[in-house]
Design a protein around this ligand. Structure first.
Ligand SMILES: [Zn+2]
Length: 190
C-alpha cells in the first residue's frame, strides 16, 4: 500500500512540474506576441506624431514587460534542460545515428530560437517602456501643436507679448516668427 502512495505522489509532482513548464512556455510565447504588438503600437504612435491613444501604447508595453518576466523563467528552465539535452545529443552523435541526431537537435534549435526571441523582444519592450514617457513628452513638445483637438496651448509673442493660439507659427498681431519653444500652458488630451 505504501508503494501506491509513492507512485501517486510522484505522478502528482511530475504533473505539477509539467503544468508549470507548459504554463511558462505559453507565457513566453505570449510575451513574444505582446512585444510585437507593443512594438507596432509604438511605431503607430510615433508615425501619428502622438495622436494615437498613449494609454493603449503604455498598456501593451506593461503587458509585454510582465510576460517578458515569465518568459525569462522559461528561458531559465530551457537553459537547464539544454545542458541535459546536449549531453544526450553528444551520446547520439557518438552512435552516429542521423535520425536520432535530427530528432534531438530540432526541438533544441526551435527552443533556442523561441527563447532568443523572448529575450530580444523583452529587452526591447523594457527599453520602450522606460522610454515611453520620454517619447510622449518629446512628441508633445516637438509635434505640431493644436491638431486633431489633442494639443491645446498658447504661444506668447516675444516681441509684442500677444498670446497666440499654439497652432500659429507667426504672431497674429505683429507677424513675429513664433517657435515651438514658446508654447506655454500646453495640455495634452489622451
Ligand atoms: Zn507679436
Amino acid at each position: 500500500m505504501a508503494g501506491f502512495y509513492v507512485v501517486v505522489t510522484a505522478l502528482i509532482m511530475i504533473l505539477t512540474a509539467a503544468v508549470i513548464i507548459i504554463a511558462f512556455e505559453l507565457l513566453s510565447v505570449l510575451s513574444i506576441v505582446f512585444s510585437a504588438i507593443s512594438l507596432s503600437k509604438s511605431k503607430r504612435y510615433i508615425a501619428l506624431g502622438g495622436r494615437y491613444d498613449f494609454k493603449t501604447v503604455k498598456r501593451f508595453h506593461i503587458a509585454a514587460l510582465v510576460l517578458f518576466i515569465f518568459g525569462c523563467v522559461s528561458v531559465f528552465i530551457f537553459a537547464t534542460e539544454l545542458i541535459f539535452s546536449l549531453i544526450s545529443l553528444a551520446n547520439v552523435f557518438a552512435y552516429k545515428d542521423i535520425g536520432s541526431v535530427i530528432s534531438e537537435a530540432v526541438p533544441l534549435i526551435l527552443g533556442a530560437g523561441k527563447n532568443a526571441a523572448v529575450v530580444i523582444l523583452g529587452v526591447n519592450s523594457f527599453r520602450r517602456y522606460s522610454g515611453a514617457k520620454k517619447m510622449r513628452d518629446r512628441l508633445s513638445v516637438n509635434a505640431p501643436v493644436n491638431r486633431g483637438g489633442y494639443f491645446y496651448g498658447r504661444k506668447t509673442c516675444p516681441k509684442c507679448g500677444y498670446e497666440n493660439s499654439a497652432g500659429y507659427n507667426y504672431c497674429t498681431m505683429c507677424g513675429e516668427k513664433l517657435d515651438k519653444s514658446q508654447v506655454t500652458n500646453l495640455t495634452i488630451k489622451y
